[in-house]
Design a protein around this ligand. Sequence first.
Ligand SMILES: [Zn+2]
Length: 111
Amino acid sequence: MKIKSKKWIDREALKKWREEVLKRDHGMCQVCGNKPNKAHVHHIIPRQVKELRYDVMNGITLDFNHHKVGVLSPHLNALWFSSWLKKNKPEQYNYLTRKLREIEKLKKIKG
Ligand SMILES: [Zn+2]
């Protein structure tokens, strides 16, 4: 049996995560409806939070503008993105808020 490295597993899991988010969002930028050739899949909660790293609910499809460079993009304007998400994707917003609370609680227990 070939042993897969941690890095390989992570890369494959992220690839699958990306495909699932794209499929759910029909490859469309969720902010403006644009269907770019190269869609971006954004981690709403940063991927460093490993509990949510491969969670489809933590992904959203965006175009380049609404991902990284636009005045209305999560990387440039976290405050705007947070309220946009709450208003337009309440299910995702509430899920992630709940998950973050749970993660925090577990960390407090573990110390
Ligand atoms: Zn867009």
